[in-house]
Design a protein around this ligand. Sequence first.
Ligand SMILES: C[S@@+](CC[C@H](N)C(=O)[O-])C[C@H]1O[C@@H](n2cnc3c(N)ncnc32)[C@H](O)[C@@H]1O
Length: 433
Amino acid sequence: MKANVIAEQTLFPELFQTEESTNTTTFQDNMKLPVHRWYRYTAGFSGAWVGQLIEQEKTFGRHNIIDPFAGSGTVMVESMMHGVDSYGVESNPYVYNIAQAKLQWKYEKVDELKKKCIDVLTNAQRMEVEKEDYPELITKCFPLPTLHKLEALKMASAEISDKEIRNFVWFIITSILRSTSPVGTAQWQYIQPNKSKSNVLDPFEAYRRKVTEIFSDIRQVEGVFGKSSNSEMLREDARDIQGIPDGWGDLVITSPPYANNYDYADAMRLEMLFWNDISNWKDLQDKVSVKLIRACTQHVSTLKDTAPEYIQSPLLAPIRDELEEKFTLLQAERENHGGKKNYHFMVAAYFYDMAQVLNSLYRVTNQNAKMCFVIGDSAPYGVYIPVDEWLGKLAQASGFNDYTFEKLRDRNIKWKNRKHRVPLKEGRLWINK
Ligand SMILES: C[S@@+](CC[C@H](N)C(=O)[O-])C[C@H]1O[C@@H](n2cnc3c(N)ncnc32)[C@H](O)[C@@H]1O
């Protein structure tokens, strides 16, 4: 995009409100974009928008990009395509592997990679699998003949000695799992064993299609991707970033977990069970949940004594009074609901965690830095939490300068059966250093 067009867009954003820009916050359009489409990560945001923003900010001399909540690597993929360097931080090991695989194809041995991917299918088709002993959720989600084909792909991939290529094949098999299962997937990627869907693919056919898609994309973007830039994924915690040099970044593009009770660990349970990375709920908590920003009640059940300590922490001083008020309201409201959810703990832990992230980001960014957080507010049990405003205040306490919120869309206004009637919004929180 030409620089003057970008400048006009910055000055007159309303005139450039296209369908694409209103879809900023969703992954939907990425399913039409090369590389992004390899894995549907419903928590992701729009690659096209990220690309536009990178081009715009290049004109202000910003070339070092950071995404502290990198997810499926949308920002890293776009950075590669637009020739800027980037770091992505992702603490969920499973999601980290997805992003890592998407960046891996700058891999010099593409021909070898392709050959190995094809070999896996050929070898799997020859295998006889008889295994019947699978975790309960797996047998609920896949009929046995499907499982045997998936198992054959898994066994064939285990024979690859080159670790990078083996990881890439892991990614391909992982990315087809949902399409081969006859059960449903909810909006937030939770598996729904009791719901069925009609469009189901045979595992070998799904694998063949995915390999075709991936290598046709690689051909398409080969000339640009990774030629003049570096993108690195770090399997780290955004609350304590270690792998990015101090003062390195000048543009942060990110979308943190929202304080809306979505469980990023649970969303990947099916895939992690399939690969034997976990065997039960406790494993999931120990291996994944503890590494995540605490944005859902499942992750805060033991905070009885700690949550009040968080509120008194100097980190939360700028929002302490307001937070304390909401904490008390949520604690009281809890008694009126059967589920007795600990939203009061969640809210205290969420902002305590995010304050640490903002401190971390202050350290790894330079004086020219600008940050864009795609964020939504929330209202657990109908108690409104002004997430954008509180994050802005916490950013200022970390040393950042001014902040503004740009609303993109309203939420929670459509459905009749919604849990509360508090209007919510989603948009971009812009923060300058
Ligand atoms: C809204 S998603 C980001 C999606 C990303 N923008 C994309 O397009 O794929 C938030 C991500 O933050 C990750 N996350 C949660 N807590 C984290 C932490 N403490 N450190 C790093 N990543 C974390 C989650 O696993 C999730 O993938």
